[in-house]
Design a protein. Structure first.
Length: 356
């Protein structure tokens, strides 16, 4: 059986650190925690779980801090988590089995990252990350803000999920890091332009975000999935700015990089639904419901756009097209995912009256 070092970088995480470590401490053979300047009880909490607590002066570079945490590992594999991550019981059991059966020739094991849940327990954002990596390969983190672990070799995809349960949001923190990069005159990669655009969009700087996404698309470099999402996010910015004439071309531009994705199809449906063209909108929503789940997908995946969301919109579209039986069927499909959703329950009552 392989051995595992848990490596974490933390700062002021007293509210969530114990929750994280309770979910994983018995699964790993070593815990290494690098504190980057906590002023709360984070270090004291960490010492309840391990004597391997280290200190690293924050440099404004996440990759440097993560690489520091990796440098303290001594076991066969390194497993990394953020303080507001947890392993749920199903994933704990799968992790135990993975340790017992993992071929030591494997360089990395990817796991799902469930980066959000709705009030009904549905995952709202999912993607894969190289999560368990062979220590002897000396893989390193790159990028000072939205960093990534540069991995090569034999990689296997597991069904294990790490669940992110954030209780606070560091509004503007990452945007400040990008501002510093600009002030230093750093050269932005295609990845930088994409994630800078995301930070600008989250902070409602929509016009600047559009320019950043355009910069990403203007280069042939970078990951194709980032370009797809740049098109999607740019369309969202145009919608927030009420420039809907620019929204649709941005969505269709994503087709240059891949086959249509549910996230795009539903937004196109939304565009026509907003114009009250319910027949055209229904066409696009129907396409979204027919795209199968891809468990091998690494890029951002929003399950709602192939499950309850298009069905709910189809309920509305077919209602206005006077196709009440079909409308009711789609509402019931949406209700499978959100059984107590007040809007869906309202639709149910209305359609029962129409069909009685």
């Amino acid at each position: 059986m392989v051995t595992v070092s848990l490596c974490m970088m933390v700062k002021n995480e007293e509210a969530v650190l114990a929750r994280c470590l309770d979910s994983v401490s018995d699964l790993v053979d070593e815990i290494n925690i690098v504190d980057t300047g906590s002023s709360d009880s984070t270090v004291d909490i960490a010492r309840n779980y391990t004597d391997r607590v280290f200190f690293f002066k924050w440099t404004g570079n996440f990759a440097e801090a993560r690489n520091e945490s990796f440098s303290h590992a001594t076991q066969d594999y390194i497993f990394f988590l953020d303080a507001d991550d947890v392993l749920l019981e199903r994933d704990r059991e799968a992790f135990k089995q993975l340790k017992e059966t993992l071929d030591p020739r494997i360089d990395s094991v990817s796991m799902f990252y469930h980066n959000g849940e709705d009030e009904f327990g549905n995952v709202t954002l999912r993607y894969r990350r190289n999560r368990l990596v062979k220590r002897s390969r000396n893989f390193i983190w790159e990028g000072d803000c939205h960093n990534y672990l540069k991995v090569a070799g034999r990689i296997v995809n597991s069904d294990i999920a790490v669940t992110h349960r954030k209780i606070k949001h560091s509004a503007g923190r990452n945007l400040d890091i990008y501002k510093m990069k600009i002030e230093r005159g750093d050269t932005f990669t295609a990845r930088d332009h994409f994630y800078h655009g995301n930070e600008l969009r989250e902070n409602q700087h929509y016009r600047e975000a559009i320019e950043s996404y355009k910069n990403n698309l203007a280069t042939n470099e970078g990951w194709v999935d980032e370009k797809i999402n740049a098109c999607i996010n740019m369309a969202d910015c145009y919608r927030f700015l009420n420039e809907r004439d620019n929204e649709l071309p941005s969505l269709f531009k994503s087709f240059e990089y891949s086959s249509p994705r549910p996230e795009v199809l539903c937004r196109i449906g939304d565009h026509f639904k907003h114009k009250k063209d319910f027949r055209t909108a229904a066409y696009w929503y129907e396409l979204a419901t027919n795209i199968p789940e891809d468990n091998e997908q690494w890029s951002f995946h929003y399950p709602a756009y192939r499950t309850w969301y298009p069905h709910l919109q189809l309920c509305v579209c077919y209602y206005y097209l006077n196709r009440f039986v079909t409308s009711n069927w789609h509402n019931e499909e949406a209700r499978k995912y959100r059984p107590e959703d007040r809007l869906i329950l309202h639709n149910k009552k209305l359609l029962e009256f129409k069909l009685s």
